[in-house]
Design a protein around this ligand. Structure first.
Ligand code: BMA
Length: 310
C-alpha cells in the first residue's frame, strides 16, 4: 500500500488556532520554505470574524513554530481590476534567488490566483493576478524549463455539470505574468479515489528521476467530498509528460484531526520541502480545514513507488 511509505508526525497537529497570537478560528493550508537555516511559514489563518489572513511564522526545525502578529498579504480593494474578498492557500517557490507566492484570490467574479514576490519572505509585493476565474491552485516550478518559467494549475476544465470539472495543466511564461502553451496533463480517473476534481498541491520537487508532484484528489460521496493526497512524477525536460501516477492515494483522512473540523475528511497540502539532510520530504497539509499537520516520506521511496507503478 502506497500509504505505508508516508508517516504522520506524532506531534500532529503541529499548529492549531490556539497557537495563533490574538486568537483565530483555524490555521491550515500553508506555504513553507527553508530560508537561512530556518523553516519559514506563511500561514493561512482564518480569524474569528471569518476573514482570512496570511501570517508569518518561523521555526528552527519545521515543528515548533513561533507565530508573529505580522499579516503579510491582505486583499486588495481595487474594484474592476483586482478586488479580492479573500486570499488563501499560499504556495511558495524560490526561483533564481527570489521567493514567489501564489495564492487563491476570491473576488466577485469567482476565484483567481495572485502572484507576489519577496526577497526576505516578510515584505511582499503583489505582482498580478495570473489566472482568470475560475482557478484556485497554481504552483510554480523552482527553475525555468527550456528557458521559460513553468507552472501547474487547475482551471475548472472538464465536462459541464459533472464532478470532474478540474484537472491539472502545465503552462509556460517568459516573465511569470503572461502564461501560455496550456496543456492538460492529468484528469480525474473514473472509479478511482481521484474521480472528482483534482489539483496541484505542493510546488514540484526536483529529483533525478523527474519532478515529484503531490496533488490533491477528491472523491465525491453522498455527503460531500473527501480530499486525499496523490503522487505523480513528471519528466524533467518536458513536464507535460507524466512518467508515473500511482493508482493508490498517498494519504487519506484517518486521524480525528483530519476527519473532524470545519470541513470534515480533508487532507490538503500546499507545501512539501526536503528535510535538512535532503533524504525526506516534509509534507505540510491542512487537516479538516482546521489545523496544520506534517507527514514525512523518504524521497527515494516516493520515487521508487512512482517508478514501480504500472
Ligand atoms: C478546496 C480549497 C481548499 C480547501 C478544500 C477543502 O476547494 O478551498 O482551501 O482546503 O477545498 O475544503
Amino acid at each position: 500500500m502506497l500509504e505505508e511509505i508516508i508517516h504522520r508526525h506524532p506531534d500532529n497537529p503541529i499548529l492549531t488556532a490556539s497557537d495563533i497570537p490574538g486568537g483565530a478560528s483555524s490555521v491550515f493550508n500553508s506555504a513553507l520554505v527553508r530560508h537561512e537555516g530556518k523553516v519559514v511559514a506563511l500561514l493561512r489563518v482564518e480569524r474569528c470574524d471569518g476573514t482570512q489572513s496570511i501570517r508569518y511564522a518561523e521555526s528552527p526545525d519545521g515543528l515548533e513554530f513561533q507565530v508573529t502578529d505580522e499579516v503579510l498579504l491582505v486583499p486588495t480593494a481595487e474594484p474592476q481590476l483586482t478586488y479580492e474578498e479573500a486570499i488563501y492557500d499560499p504556495r511558495i517557490t524560490k526561483i533564481e534567488g527570489t521567493y514567489y507566492v501564489t495564492y487563491a484570490a476570491e473576488n466577485r467574479f469567482g476565484c483567481q490566483v495572485g502572484l507576489a514576490r519577496s526577497s526576505d519572505l516578510k515584505h511582499w509585493e503583489k505582482m498580478e493576478l495570473i489566472a482568470e476565474p475560475d482557478n484556485r491552485n497554481i504552483v510554480l516550478f523552482p527553475e525555468r524549463i527550456n528557458g521559460l518559467y513553468c507552472r501547474l494549475d487547475r482551471p475548472y476544465s472538464g465536462p459541464f455539470g459533472t464532478q470532474q470539472r478540474g484537472g491539472i495543466w502545465v503552462s509556460y511564461s517568459p516573465d511569470l505574468v503572461f502564461w501560455g502553451m496550456h496543456r492538460n496533463i492529468m484528469e480525474s480517473r473514473r472509479f478511482h479515489w481521484d474521480r472528482g476534481k483534482i489539483g496541484p498541491g505542493a510546488p514540484p520537487v526536483k529529483t533525478e528521476a523527474g519532478w515529484l508532484v503531490i496533488y490533491h484528489g477528491t472523491t465525491p460521496y453522498c455527503n460531500g467530498l473527501v480530499y486525499r493526497l496523490g503522487l505523480a512524477l513528471l519528466d524533467l525536460e518536458d513536464p507535460t509528460r507524466v512518467i508515473a501516477r500511482p493508482a493508490e492515494y498517498l494519504l487519506s483522512p484517518r486521524e480525528t484531526y483530519e476527519r473532524v473540523g470545519d470541513v470534515p475528511n480533508v487532507c490538503f497540502a500546499c507545501a512539501a520541502i526536503p528535510s535538512e539532510d535532503g533524504e525526506e520530504l516534509m509534507i505540510y497539509y491542512g487537516g479538516a480545514d482546521t489545523c496544520l499537520c506534517l507527514a514525512t516520506a523518504r524521497i527515494g521511496e516516493l520515487v521508487e513507488a512512482c517508478l514501480k507503478a504500472p
